[in-house]
Design a binder for this molecule. Structure first.
Ligand code: N01
Length: 498
């Protein structure tokens, strides 16, 4: 097996990995490779092809600031358009030539003697190895589907499909469908499936809060202005950004300020549903914002359709041809759609990354929960920068903003590595501890902590290790410069450099 030496290896060609590759190139770090198990750019926007897949963050905010897209056709982007945008940006910056497709990273381990990451990859059934001074993890938190552990699910004789692994060749026309889950993915796909299916049983464990989706098509004059009038799109982007940031106030510091949002959600329900029993079933029993606030105009009307049933009794088991709910009712189905989310705080990726003391991220975080410094560096994992790492997720605005903040930090780190000849950079345990105490302190009054719900924002121990508390401009501020004093660093000796 040959070993390929590179200065930087980036894993994942989604928004964060692609962004890292572009920034590397722009700043003269040309000795890098981008590894992705798929066949084109897009990450989660490549993988989620279920009908109705769309973004619930306004399209003006859903692009890199350095590659605004004047061609958005709608105020909220749909999956094909976002996927296309990401691939267009990759083309514009010539990142394809640096990318190895079909390359699945199975193991990455820090080798202290060599001061390098040793990265094992399988590609077309063969093994490859990369040796990199710096590893950038751009795998994203929403990439590993979570399959529900329901009694008998393996014995189901029909088709089972996860929302993030959609089979576009499967024809749902006339089928009896069970959908498990009522999160962001389910509320987008069920309305589309229900249009063609004979019947859809929706299994809801927890009702989500859903605001109306104020989506509209852009007029040609608007697209013309985005393209030709300097600053128009930037001003619009800034306005949308500012409006969204207001929500951070309610989510983090003053949940009562979200009462108008709750009212909008209740109105959304009342407009579509008159049956009091159904109305009660779809009305959440926790504070708005505790789980992700969803956006839809067609979810409640879909639940009111004659070919859709909302089942809230819970699932007791699955047989060869049916789903049995806790009240004993057995419902025959042809296909089960599992829209049950992702392994976020327990991603299998964490098992594959092994740090300086021989322990994987999964082992280190088993005790503490996900912890890092500025969402990017993790003590004991030298020269590893994790994009969308611990405590960077959001409930109110675009992750692309957070990713770009991390890219600033990454670039400044790389420049210091280059200028100072740094060979090993590891965040100090004390700096990381203090940082995480600050995060938890900032979360203490948040709706995620006190809103009375269970969510993927919390890990198995009930700690919120996924979310950034407060305004995103504060994250931008703390990631503007690489604060080397928070790190233990080693430099190349003159002899070694020579
Ligand atoms: O997953 P989810 P998702 N038995 O985890 C239920 C992003 N996203 O794929 O609430 C029965 O939100 C679970 O029930 P409960 C966005 O960040 C963005 O929908 O845990 N039910 C829930 O209803 C989002 O937050 C867009 O009680 C089970 C559902 O499955 C994230 O992706 C679009 C179950 C899972 O909901 C994940 O969304 C789509 C079980 N064993 C997704 N296990 C945009 O628009 C789970 N559930 C940008």
């Amino acid at each position: 097996m040959t070993t390929n030496d590179v200065q930087v290896a980036v894993i994942g060609a989604g928004f964060s990995g692609l962004g890292a590759a572009i920034k590397l190139k722009q700043n003269g770090f040309d000795d890098f490779v981008l590894l992705d198990r798929g066949q084109n750019f897009g990450g989660t926007w490549r993988d989620n092809t279920y009908p109705g897949a769309a973004c619930d963050v306004p399209s003006q905010l859903y692009s890199y600031s350095f590659a605004l897209n004047p061609n958005w056709t709608r105020s909220y982007g749909h999956q094909p358009e976002i996927h296309q945008y990401i691939n267009d940006v990759a083309d514009k910056y010539g990142i394809g030539a640096k990318t190895r497709w079909g390359s699945e990273v199975t193991h990455a381990e820090w080798n202290e003697d060599q001061a390098r990451w040793i990265i094992d990859v399988t590609r077309d059934g063969t093994s490859e190895q990369y040796r990199a001074q710096i590893l950038v993890g751009g795998v994203g938190p929403l990439c590993e589907p979570n399959l529900p552990d329901i009694d008998g699910i393996d014995s189901f004789g029909g088709k089972i499909v996860h929302s993030a692994r959609w089979d576009n060749d499967y024809d749902f026309t006339g089928k009896r469908v069970a959908v498990i889950g009522t999160g962001a993915s389910a509320i987008q796909l069920v309305p589309e499936v229900a249009k063609v299916a004979a019947h859809v049983d929706v299994y809801q464990r927890t009702a989500p809060w859903i605001v109306p989706r104020t989506e509209r098509a852009y007029r040609p004059a608007e697209n013309w202005a985005f393209k030709h009038v300097p600053g128009v799109q930037k001003v619009m982007r800034a306005a949308v950004y500012g409006l969204n940031e207001v929500t951070a106030l309610g989510l983090t510091y003053a949940p009562n300020a979200l009462k108008p949002v709750e009212l909008a959600c209740r109105t959304n329900i009342s407009k579509a549903i008159t049956d009091p029993e159904l109305k009660d079933k779809v009305t959440p029993k926790f504070a708005v914002g505790c789980k992700r606030i969803l956006r839809s105009n067609n979810w409640y009307p879909t639940l009111a359709r004659p070919n859709v049933d909302l089942i809230t009794d819970g699932i007791s088991k699955i047989t060869g041809s049916s789903v049995v709910s806790n009240d004993g009712t057995e419902r025959e189905v042809d296909v089960i759609v599992v829209a049950t989310g992702f392994h976020v705080t327990d991603s299998p990726v964490f098992e594959a990354i092994v740090g300086a003391d021989g322990r994987s991220l999964a082992q280190v975080w088993a005790g503490t929960g996900m912890q890092g410094y500025k969402g990017t560096f993790i003590h004991g994992f030298p020269n590893l920068a994790l994009m969308v790492g611990p405590s960077t997720g959001l409930g109110h605005t675009s992750m692309v903003y957070m990713i770009e903040s991390q890219l600033n930090y990454l670039v400044d780190y790389l420049k210091q590595v280059r200028e100072k000849g740094l060979t090993r950079v590891d965040v100090k345990a004390s700096a990381q501890d203090e940082y995480n105490k600050g995060i938890q302190h900032a979360l203490r009054n948040s709706v995620w902590e006190n809103g009375g719900c269970a969510s993927w924002y919390k890990d198995a121990n009930g700690n919120i290790t996924t979310l950034w508390p407060g305004f995103t401009f504060n994250f931008r501020r703390i990631t503007r410069k690489f604060d080397i004093a928070a790190y233990d660093v080693e430099r190349a000796t003159a002899a070694a450099s020579a």
